[in-house]
Design a protein around this ligand. Structure first.
Ligand SMILES: C[S@@+](CC[C@H](N)C(=O)[O-])C[C@H]1O[C@@H](n2cnc3c(N)ncnc32)[C@H](O)[C@@H]1O
Length: 197
């Protein structure tokens, strides 16, 4: 049997997500994923908005990324393609094994970590694509991992989730309000550094 045709998902402006086996070049925009049950194959709007936020808002220099609920590793791998050193935390250790393999296939293994334990330290870019209830519960832990002047992206939300998420996070972020991005029913919130941070 020949290998099944790979699925190729373009996520403009910066990424394409392809399925293994992938025989073409693994270049600076290509995220290679194995078939798995881990969430994050580039087709869901919540993931796509995070990848697009990374492409547009990530620092144009070396940076550290914290990826909460890393699933297939897709967001960490995308950030590593932009030059980041990444740390993914994920409660499902099977997903972490998948994410490590995806990072290897995508040629960014050396710059990515996937574990079930929360890291020490702070990060210039923090992304969490999880459900509203979990984002509400983890607010303090997430904001504590942000470096001064860092960017926070929260996704996995629908419009009715937005007021509660802003009410929980904005006071922890010196009252700053996020930009709200929407795609179909989905919303992503982005807190970017203010000019005085
Ligand atoms: C919607 S998926 C996002 C996967 C990937 N980051 C993406 O953007 O496509 C959310 C992930 O968060 C994980 N998760 C749920 N609760 C968590 C928690 N308390 N801590 C860490 N990960 C969690 C789930 O197992 C799942 O893999």
């Amino acid at each position: 049997m020949p290998d099944p045709s790979p699925i190729v998902v373009d996520v403009p402006p910066r990424f394409r997500v392809v399925t293994a086996p992938w025989s073409d070049a693994v270049d600076a925009r290509t995220i290679v994923l194995t078939e798995s049950r881990a969430f994050g194959d580039g087709r869901h709007e919540t993931t796509r908005m995070c990848l697009q936020a990374l492409a547009v808002f990530a620092p144009r220099r070396q940076f550290r990324l914290f990826d909460v609920g890393s699933g297939s590793g897709i967001l960490s791998i995308g950030a590593a393609k932009l030059g980041a050193t990444t740390f993914g935390v994920e409660i499902d250790d099977e997903a972490n094994a998948v994410a490590r393999e995806n990072a290897r296939l995508s040629d960014v293994e050396a710059r990515t970590t996937f574990t079930t334990s929360w890291p020490e330290g702070t990060f210039e870019f923090v992304v969490a694509n999880i459900l509203r209830g979990i984002l509400l519960d983890l607010a303090t832990e997430i904001v504590d991992r942000m470096a001064p002047g860092g960017t926070l992206v929260l996704s996995g939300l629908v419009s009715t989730d937005v007021p509660a998420i802003i009410a929980r996070y904005s006071p922890l972020l010196r009252g700053r309000r996020p930009e709200v991005f929407e795609r179909d029913a989905w919303r992503a919130l982005v807190w970017r550094p203010s000019r005085d941070s």
